[in-house]
Design a protein around this ligand. Structure first.
Ligand code: C2O
Length: 562
């Protein structure tokens, strides 16, 4: 491989969306941020200079960072944040991985603005296990708040209520054409074309869309009117191709899909749309954001859409209802690893450690002299096995490397729920959470089976759990309580999908396996930023192996200090 150098200048930049301008942190003045492209085996050197007044750090979401947690990025886990005026260089090699990944800030909710695609091409001459697409197009879904995002998160943390929802979903940073600035309403014919993402296609050609869900707090449905998509990759792992008209994609997940443009399209242009999937009783952004798929004119009978004209509304795709959990389950269970001789699925067949995590919301008592807006006057919290993760003052990875845990770590993270759980309970005895900076220590090469059980303590909802440092195989999922006697019979140990982010189904469970062959400290958390802020996270602390190439690399000299 070769070495590719990038510079990230993080600075405030004025951006206008939904008719309102605000100053947001950007990388090099770009929103969304720059697209990074590398080949499998390349080394990336990304020099970050922080010119804003907040701390920042960057995560290369889905990159395994073998033995090199120093480049992984979550603040206070693998590094202290890069403070205002400081710099840090992320230096890492993309070994043994290829596909669509992404990068994002990993401090507070800064990723709402600081994110971009990270595309790893196969080795030269390797090609894809499907015909080479005519063109590849990254499409990132995001969220846009008109209000100051730090104010939104602070409000959620201090009052203990759910956060204000975003004002729009976005396609590559653009909220779509349906917003009318003067009336502030949703007007299907009032177009603000500069706010709209448009993909132009040639009839008959096949495009590979590299989809990335960078939204903060919502899983999304995605569809293109009159078009069927073929899913070929999930989280940078090839899957057995399958077709779908509607996709479901959770925050943190990526998906490559093939789109074949019609040779005889029924219209010159079609809407692409995203809308949230959520099962909560709470509020959510229920807007549908649209973008445009437009054909290079196959005929001259229709005109492209343009500013101010009352063009006929685009054909809209039909999306499932916001709470259509069955549609989500049908889609999610379609994924299978490609599992060929060339792209084998290395599923751990034996298990050394069985771990059961309950994941969900809980509450904290309201602090004195404060009015809390959570359930029954409490503050919302979130937890795994009733432990709400507390961010340490110093980076865990350095403590682990230097074997200095005092004052940083508390007792080990519980690997079974502290109370019997039942997803149907409305008022269980474990509503109040405990707090602590806890990790699960693992010996090198431990094969872990992890069952994640959703609780319904504050209403059932799904949780997209993301693991740093590893991919895992998704063996099975189901609704209700996990049954340790009968459910293992449902496991797919042949060609389960390999991912870095899986949605624990609402009022259900998912079982995964991974091999702890990457020494370091690796965060695992819900990729809804509000749940991460409320403590829905933990970390695995993996020891070095006996061989020299199984040990953590030494820290870089410019590693930030807390
Ligand atoms: Cu994409 Cu820890 O996150």
């Amino acid at each position: 491989g070769i070495t590719r150098h990038y510079t990230f200048n993080v600075r405030m930049t004025k951006v206008t969306r939904l008719c309102v301008s605000k100053s947001i942190p950007t990388v090099n003045g770009q929103f969304p941020g720059p697209k990074l492209v590398a080949r499998q085996g390349d080394r990336l050197v990304v020099k970050v200079h922080n010119h804003i007044n907040y701390n920042v750090s960057f995560h290369w979401h889905g990159l395994r960072q073998l033995r090199n947690g120093w480049a992984d990025g979550p603040s206070y886990i693998t590094q202290c944040p890069i403070q205002a005026g400081q710099s840090y260089t992320y230096d890492f090699t993309v070994a043994g991985q290829r596909g669509t990944l992404w990068w994002h800030a990993h401090f507070s909710w800064l990723r709402v603005h600081l994110y971009g695609p990270l595309i790893i091409l196969p080795k030269r001459f390797d090609g894809y296990p499907f015909p080479t697409p005519y063109k590849e197009v990254p499409i990132m879904f995001g969220e846009w708040f008109k209000a100051d995002t730090e104010a939104v998160i602070n409000q959620a943390l201090q009052t203990g209520a759910g956060p204000n929802v975003s004002d729009a979903y976005t396609f590559n940073g653009l909220p779509g054409p349906t917003y009318n600035c003067s009336s502030k309403g949703l007007q299907t014919n009032a177009r603000v074309p500069e706010d709209t993402y448009k993909l132009k296609v040639q009839p008959g050609r096949t495009y590979m869309l590299r989809l990335i869900n960078a939204a903060l707090n919502n899983e999304l449905f995605f569809a293109i009117a009159n078009h069927t998509l073929t899913v070929v990759e999930a989280d940078a792992n090839y899957v057995k191709p399958f077709t779908a008209t509607t996709l479901v994609i959770s925050p943190g997940q990526t998906m490559n899909v093939l789109l074949t443009a019609s040779t005889n399209p029924a219209s010159q242009a079609f809407a692409m749309a995203v809308a949230p999937y959520t099962n909560t009783q709470g509020t959510f952004d229920n807007t549908t954001a649209t973008a445009v798929l437009e054909y290079y004119a196959p005929t001259t009978t229709t005109q492209p859409t343009s500013a101010g004209t009352q063009s006929p509304p685009l054909p809209l795709p039909a999306l499932p209802r916001y709470n259509d959990t069955n549609a989500v389950a049908r889609f999610s269970t379609n994924f299978r690893s490609l599992a060929t001789a060339r792209y084998p699925a290395r599923v751990p067949q034996a298990v050394d450690r069985h771990v059961l995590f309950t994941v969900g919301l809980g509450t904290d008592p309201c602090p004195p002299n404060r009015t809390c807006q959570g359930p029954n006057g409490t503050k919302f919290a979130a937890s795994i096995n009733n432990n709400s993760f507390v961010r340490p003052r110093a980076a865990l990875l350095e403590a682990h490397y230097r074997r200095r845990y005092a004052g940083v770590l508390m007792a080990n993270f519980p690997t079974t729920p502290p109370h019997p759980f039942n997803y149907t309970s409305t008022a269980p005895n474990n509503t109040f959470v405990a707090h602590g900076t806890r990790v699960v220590p693992l010996a090198f090469n431990t094969s872990v089976e992890l069952v994640m059980q959703g609780t319904a303590i504050q209403g059932a909802e799904s949780h997209p759990l993301h693991m740093h440092g590893f991919n895992f195989f998704v063996l099975a999922q189901g609704f209700g309580n996990y049954d340790p006697v009968n459910d293992p019979a449902k496991y797919n140990l042949v060609d389960p999908v390999e991912r870095n982010t899986v949605s624990v189904p609402t009022a259900g469970w998912v079982a995964v396996r991974f091999l702890a062959n990457n020494p370091g400290v690796w965060l695992m958390h819900c990729h809804f930023d509000v749940h991460l802020s409320w403590g829905l996270s933990m970390a695995w602390m993996v020891d070095d192996g006996p061989l020299p190439n199984q040990k953590m690399l030494p820290p870089p000299s410019d590693l930030p200090k807390c």
